[in-house]
Design a protein around this ligand. Structure first.
Ligand code: CS2
Length: 502
């Protein structure tokens, strides 16, 4: 969410002094927040961080012994100013409304965040905080786009204005990685030692990728620092999961009525939560396993399962559902045609690519996914799901298509989704001719490629940055052209088209 959803005030605001007066059914922090130290600095305090990592810590802090694991949030983007203002006013407290599929609701106040720095106003403060001896972990939820991964090569993508700026001005950083590098340099020089960099983003091998990107940028800035990072910083891989829709006015009103307090930016999320982490922390870590997280030696199979089934499944429903005219995931998956399509995609085009998942019941996992998507109390908008598809689809969906091509397997169900993405980028209209809101950094470029489809059916695929050499694969283009023909035919009906591919 980019702007504060709620401005007006006529009741007490949430803050520390009001906690004792909240209704007794609200779960409030029982620990002494004044005793917490910020052992974790988290960059990217979106809804997901607040429903996931911060919520795990909130539970852990309820038992003594973890006081060094408070969180200091960092916002890098100009649009984080509102968030900073709200959090400061609320003493960094916020409400978390956990909605179960059966209608049960857990109402909580989360107290694990104890500070927040709005980076554009005080860059040095961020560097100093990261370089402070209390900081043991720097965690990230900066979305797929924040990693600067070149989609074709998988290497660090230096072709970006902010990255160019950071290389010229390492003490005036803009990107998360440049902040981290500046702070690690300070720690190396002062002899303090490294911190762990913990990615909480939906990227397969998120720790290894973070290491690769940070050391590549550091190498350009200072090769000896890059070497020190390689040797001293740990980058645990992790799989993170909790569906967290964008906060709506209804969510704010719910909190106001139920908590009897005004929270200007509460978070609502599903009841399911999963966090599987490789136990590789160079500077200590909280005992997250005491509150439901799982430490494993290799997270690879879990990550792949989640990204290729859940995240890709979201995109399948999101793009096809948007064209039909649906607005939320639960609404889309309640339509049996969409549910069947999703299940077929998961069973036929993803499951055969998944490694042996020791002890995991994959069928059960897929059943649970469909139940989670269908949770009628989570109104997860297709606009959110389809936002930044250009950063998501290469990791979520194209990765499976490429793997299926290599293995000589069919990808017809996924190919329709790519064609639907072209149609969606081209027209930005649903079947009822109503406008679809598209939020994507590459929206203009995507539209430019898609809008040439009438003259050149493969035009969308010619964006090699996204699709690599897919346009040269004749089997792929044959299916893709069929899908484009059906989508662009007058009076086309997305459900009929999906049924034909099924
Ligand atoms: C979603 C994710 O943005 C997306 O495309 O698939 O945000 C998803 O809700 C989370 O990864 C759930 O853990």
């Amino acid at each position: 969410m980019n702007t504060a959803p709620h401005e007006q005030v006529n009741k007490g605001f949430l803050n520390s002094s009001i906690l004792a007066r909240l209704p007794s059914h609200i779960d409030v922090p029982t620990y002494d927040r004044s005793q917490l130290k910020a052992g974790i600095v988290h960059i990217g305090v979106g809804g997901f961080h607040r429903s996931h990592q911060a919520a795990y810590l909130n539970e852990l802090l309820k038992s003594p012994g973890s006081e060094q694991w408070g969180i200091c949030g960092v916002g890098l983007l100009d649009c984080n100013r509102d968030l900073r203002d709200i959090l400061v006013k609320q003493d960094y407290l916020y409400s978390l409304v956990v909605r179960h599929p059966n209608g049960t609701i857990d109402n909580k106040i989360i107290g694990s965040m104890i500070d927040f720095i709005f980076a554009p106003e005080d860059k040095q403060k961020v560097i100093d905080k990261l370089a402070h001896s209390d900081t043991k972990i720097v965690s990230l939820s900066i979305t797929e786009g924040g990693y600067h991964i070149h989609p074709e090569t998988g290497e660090f993508d230096f072709d970006n204005d902010d990255v160019r700026h950071d290389i010229q001005n390492p003490n005036d950083p803009r990107t998360a990685f440049a902040y981290i590098i500046a702070a690690l340099k300070k720690r190396m020089v002062s002899g303090l030692g490294a911190f762990t960099v913990q990615s909480c983003d939906n990227i397969q091998h998120n720790g290894a990728i973070t290491r690769k990107m940070i050391t590549a940028l550091a190498e350009r800035l200072d090769p000896s620092l890059s070497q020190w990072i390689e040797e001293n910083v740990s980058f645990p891989n992790a799989m993170v999961d909790r569906i967290t829709p964008v906060t709506s006015k209804l969510d704010i009103a719910y909190v106001e009525n139920t908590f009897q307090v005004i929270d200007q930016w509460p978070i609502t999320c599903e009841s399911f939560s999963q966090w599987v982490i490789e136990d590789d922390f160079c500077c200590g870590r909280p005992n997250w396993d005491l509150v439901g997280a799982q430490f494993v030696s290799d997270v690879t199979p879990f990550e792949k399962m989640k990204i290729r089934l859940l995240n890709a499944g979201h995109s399948v429903l999101g793009l096809l559902g948007s064209i039909y005219g649906y607005e939320t995931i639960d609404e889309t998956v309640s339509d049996v045609c969409f549910a069947q399509y999703l299940r077929a995609f998961m069973d036929l085009e993803v499951t055969p690519l998944l490694d042996d998942l020791d002890g995991i019941d994959l069928d059960g996992y897929k059943d649970t996914l469909i139940e989670r998507f269908a949770n009628p109390n989570i109104k997860d908008s297709l606009v959110r799901i389809c936002s930044e598809s250009s950063a998501k689809l290469p990791k979520f969906l194209l990765s499976s298509i490429f793997e299926n091509i290599d293995k000589g397997r069919d990808s017809s169900l996924a190919i329709l989704v790519i064609a639907a993405w072209c149609f969606y980028s081209d027209k930005a209209l649903n079947q009822a001719q109503l406008a679809i809101t598209i939020q994507d950094e590459m929206a203009v470029e995507l539209a430019a490629y898609a809008q040439k489809t009438a003259e050149d059916k493969l035009s969308f695929l010619r964006n090699r940055h996204l699709f690599g050499n897919l346009v040269e694969n004749s089997e792929f283009t044959l299916n893709y052209t069929k899908a484009i023909d059906s989508l662009y035919s007058p009076s086309s009906d997305i459900r009929e088209i999906m049924n034909r591919v099924l």
